[in-house]
Design a protein around this ligand. Structure first.
Ligand SMILES: NC(=O)c1ccc[n+]([C@@H]2O[C@H](COP(=O)([O-])OP(=O)(O)OC[C@H]3O[C@@H](n4cnc5c(N)ncnc54)[C@H](OP(=O)(O)O)[C@@H]3O)[C@@H](O)[C@H]2O)c1
Length: 305
């Protein structure tokens, strides 16, 4: 099969297009024929060696954790899925080796869910990692209809899903983004504010009593979070471990077919959609990573196989 892989840590220059044997399909796994695979910043952070102390990377490593596609065949004892099923997954395994930027990927059943009819292939690939991150953070903080939620990084892959999920939970949502993204965020039901100097005052102007939940999807904003959080408020970050010393939670998204199915249902109910900022062919994965590294994509960057 065709795949993009790297043999050593580095920047986009270490990526090469290659041919690899089809992945093995262990008991409890399915082989997915990839239609689309979405880029997440963690893909190029791992490639650069940034997670070397946390996870083994077995070379040649095919990066990529997000996928949409059809089930090609199932492994031993997989009654839940059959060949031809349309699926999506946050296909993270315990080590990095056979990722989703390839024609085929094997995925543990615990990570799979049916592709919602309401999303096209590119959108369905963009949903799992980012959607699960936002969903698991907001539910862990007990977000509910009486909350006012501040989303740091509201325009990004995780943030734009976080805004919609907080709205679906009934909360009021204030989100930080640069002005060019404000109209898009209003369309998602969010009150946008510009980040940078004076952010705490701008949030206070909208929520004089403070916000009850802060979801940090950017990092470097703890001071603002603490300045705008109401007494008894809850906060968590996906990028900044220093929140642990300030009463916050540091979140790492977990694969969950069950949570992903819940996101699929919300999408089919018309309460959640995925903005695709750009698509690239497999051979241009390096360009897709470079765009992600700029840090200002308005939604998901997706590879079409
Ligand atoms: N711990 C976990 O489980 C987990 C899971 C997923 C992601 N992450 C991490 O979370 C971060 C975000 O991921 P992502 O996929 O959402 O990335 P992304 O889609 O690349 O985020 C890009 C967005 O960030 C916004 N942004 C940049 N600087 C900002 C700032 N100072 N304040 C507010 N918004 C800002 C940009 O908005 P503008 O264009 O308007 O500036 C852009 O829309 C990454 O570092 C990623 O590695 C962690």
């Amino acid at each position: 099969m065709r795949a993009m892989a790297y043999d050593t840590y580095g920047g986009t220059e270490v990526l090469r297009e290659t041919r690899l044997p089809l992945p093995k399909v262990a008991p409890g796994e399915v082989l997915v024929k990839v239609r689309c695979a979405a880029v997440n910043p963690v893909d190029w952070k791992i490639m650069a060696g940034g997670l070397d102390s946390l996870m083994d990377v077995v070379h040649p490593a095919v990066p990529g954790w997000d996928v949409s596609g059809t089930v090609e065949r199932v492994g031993i004892d997989v009654p839940e899925f059959a060949a031809g099923d349309e699926v999506m997954a946050y296909a993270r395994k315990d080590y990095v080796h056979g990722g989703t930027f390839a024609e085929y990927v094997s995925v543990p059943v615990r990570a799979l869910a049916a592709k919602p009819a309401s999303l096209n292939w590119a959108q369905a690939a963009g949903l799992p990692l980012a959607g699960l991150t936002a969903y698991q953070l907001l539910t862990r903080l007990g977000t509910a209809a009486d909350d006012t939620v501040l989303v740091h990084g509201a325009a990004g892959g995780v943030g734009s899903l976080g805004v919609q999920l907080a709205r679906a939970l009934g909360a009021r949502v204030i989100g930080t983004a640069s002005p060019r993204n404000h109209d898009r965020l209003r369309g998602l039901g969010c009150e946008p504010v510009t980040y940078g100097d004076g952010l705490a005052e701008r949030v206070r102007a909208l929520a004089p009593d403070g916000v009850t939940v802060v979801a940090d999807f950017v990092g470097g904003v703890l001071e603002t979070t603490l300045a705008v959080l109401a007494e008894g408020g809850r906060h968590a970050s996906i990028t900044d471990h220093t929140v642990l010393g300030a009463g916050g939670q540091w979140m790492w998204v977990r694969p969950s077919g069950e949570d992903l199915a819940a996101l699929g249902r919300l999408s089919d109910e018309g309460r959640l959609t995925v903005d695709v900022a750009a698509t690239f062919p497999l051979s241009e994965l390096g360009a897709a990573f470079a765009l992600s590294q700029e840090g200002h994509a308005a939604g998901k960057i997706v590879i079409e196989i």
